[in-house]
Design a protein around this ligand. Sequence first.
Ligand code: ISL
Ligand code: CA
Length: 551
Amino acid sequence: MKESWWKESAVYQIYPRSFKDSNGDGIGDLPGIIEKLSYIKSLGVDVIWICPIYESPNDDNGYDISNYRIIMEEFGSMDDFDRLLEEVHRLEMKLVMDLVPNHTSDEHRWFQESRKSRQNPYRDYYHWQPPLNGGPPNNWPSFFGGSAWEQDPATGDYYLHLFSRKQPDLNWENSLVREGIYDIMKFWCEKGIDGFRIDVISLISKRAGYPDAKAGKFREVVNQYYANGPRVHEFLQEMHKEVLSHYDIMTVGEGPGIHPEEGVKYVGASRKELNMIFHFDHMSIDYGPGGKNDPVKWELPEFKKIVNTWDAKLHEADGWGSIFLGNHDYPRIVSRFGNDKKYWKESAKLLVTLLFTLRGTAYIYQGDEIGMTNVAYPAIEYYRDIETLNSWKEAMAAGKSEEEFLEVIHYNSRDNARTPMQWDDSAQGGFSEATSWIPMNPNHKEINVASQEEDPNSILNYYRRMIHFRKQNPTLTYGEYKCLLKEDPDIYAFERWDDTNRFLILLNFSDRRVRFEPPVEGMPEVRVHNYAHPGTFWELRPWEAKVIELV
Ligand code: ISL
Ligand code: CA
């Protein structure tokens, strides 16, 4: 396996709107991030990925960009950005930007031109179609509810928007669009940034003729009609040739609808496309027959199977994985994959043990390092996310009960991950002097950075230990991976080894004590554990995690 800095890095994801407000307007900003860089450094993090900070009307919190070369005013200025980059580098960390090439804002100059007339030189920058039988060109649904087509009054034609109507999809068939995006990428690379997280890269190449979707479930529509379109790999190889190959940067492509067979095409070592991708097979593990808003209980054997399949496929192709359990689009990891009540501390520690012992680059989402949890706002008025608000409208229109649907939202709203960072127990949690753009989670009184700094057994300090341990033991980065006890419903057990070392990782994903006899030999030494005392071998307490060295 070829060694690379981005394979050995721990990545920390910042959602800038909710990280740290420096000027008292209730919105996180770049000077706020600069203030907290030494904190991030203290975690042992190497790379910071920052969600979009470009000019945007914020229909989708910055994922609708109106100018890719300007910093959003609320976040600061280009001077602030230059200072941020300089400071990150001074602390010997790297900065990865979020690139959104699948769509722009409808307020982007390209779209403003494009919508003017059928003859406009920018018309072909987007996907325009005449009405069909007086309605939209096909039956494609948008990720945020309703049709993926919007009729524009200027010409009466429809434009495609897989996300909100303020996020028209770019037409990648047009070479001018591709050059335009490559120019933006070069602009940021020339500034000296260290990589891109590339939004919904799986969706950029559209099916010719926009065929009607015959699949019923939204996820199937994405798989069959939106993701992995006919030219996506050609486009990525072009992007690699034009931009990526000229810089020592890391890339991680995000994409719904990428499954193992397709995944290796994006990241296989010989492909010259991307370094890593984020796939969502494990992130939709609790979606029921009705999709995201019909949640079911997730099962550990299925989770292990997903990890195992991906690990094997990637390994075969000399590809590299991204290991993550949450981000700004998903519930808090301790609330979803752990137990955020009785075993809050233990399970939060168990999850980071998993993140830093699997094979792949591990990503931490801001706040998870202190075990931030989901929020349960008392009414829909508290929510800000366009996906949540749209799904609420649809549910109400369909006659669902407010109470029941609010429960679904408590479980899965993207706003769970977007409540402000909990720095201390003051009124605004040390996030801001003012009322924050979205209300703080009331549990910031108990869960916050300041109190965990003082406690050697805090989740925060365990994150530091775990990140450090991974760094000290390259076996955990490059070593082989093998899952044991695949069908066990409670225990996730696996080995990582190379010529010099062998580790056994034991994780009890349940509220029960469990005993087992793993098929291993040698004198085990517990190197990391998440209880005060390592306990007895071969018995795991609720949510107990152990990293054992077999010597
Ligand atoms: O958020 C999701 C499920 O709740 C995903 O389906 C998500 O929409 C998808 O993974 C794409 O996400 C990315 O692009 C979106 C943006 O809203 C997300 O924040 C971003 O991560 C459109 O740009
Ligand atoms: Ca601010």
